[in-house]
Design a protein around this ligand. Structure first.
Ligand code: IMP
Ligand code: MG
Length: 184
């Protein structure tokens, strides 16, 4: 992959590659090993936060040796104009009782931290034994106090797509992460 701008025909947008497929793969493998090391022999319950985390979670799942379960949760956080309470609307919930479990929230990207703040509150209330968070990408500005145990890459404040991340539901299918630079 080079840094030449690529026209993406599916969206008519200019996407400048930022993090290459191979770089992502290597980082995800490191994260998987680290998460297992910290969990010891415990069963790890990965919570994939839909939809953006689906590609990351699928790769991370295969990078963690031993006993791993996968759950899905889809949530919508109230926007900036609302009171920043971290209140989430759950659109699709996990289908097991997580009390006493070793839980790892899998997020695609932390921007303001609002979504993660709400998710952490939710899972703590469910009396999980251990709550960890892994985010593939961290943006610089986090208005909401959140703890991220593991992350893949720090990026700038630019809008990124690919590897599950969308631009109005498009470009999730890019195998790398790129920056949207224009639209048609
Ligand atoms: P937060 O609640 O502000 O931290 O926002 C987190 C959510 O916003 C992520 O899970 C993404 O769905 C979305 N998001 C934030 N920044 C980006 C981006 O650069 N590209 C795509 N989605 C983003
Ligand atoms: Mg999204």
């Amino acid at each position: 992959m080079n840094s030449v701008r690529a026209e993406h025909p599916a969206a008519g947008a200019q996407v400048r590659p930022l993090i290459a497929e191979l770089e992502i793969r290597q980082r995800v493998e490191e994260l998987g090993r680290q998460i297992r090391e910290d969990a010891g022999q415990r069963e790890i319950v990965l919570i994939c936060i839909l939809k953006g985390s689906v590609v990351f979670a699928a790769d991370l799942l295969r990078a963690i040796p031993g006993d791993v379960a996968l759950e899905f949760l889809r949530a919508k956080s109230y926007g900036q104009s609302q009171v920043s309470s971290g209140k989430l609307e759950i659109l699709q919930d996990v289908d097991r009782d997580l009390a006493g479990s070793y839980v790892v929230i899998v997020e695609d990207i932390i921007d303001t931290g609002l979504t993660l703040h709400g998710l952490q509150k939710l899972f703590r209330a469910r009396k999980v034994e251990t709550l960890k968070t892994v985010a593939l990408l961290l943006k610089p500005q986090q208005d909401h106090q959140v703890e991220v145990d593991y992350f893949g890459f720090r990026i700038g404040s630019e809008f990124v797509v690919g590897y599950g991340l969308d631009w109005a539901e498009r470009l999730r299918n890019l195998p790398y992460i790129g920056v949207v630079e224009g639209s048609s």
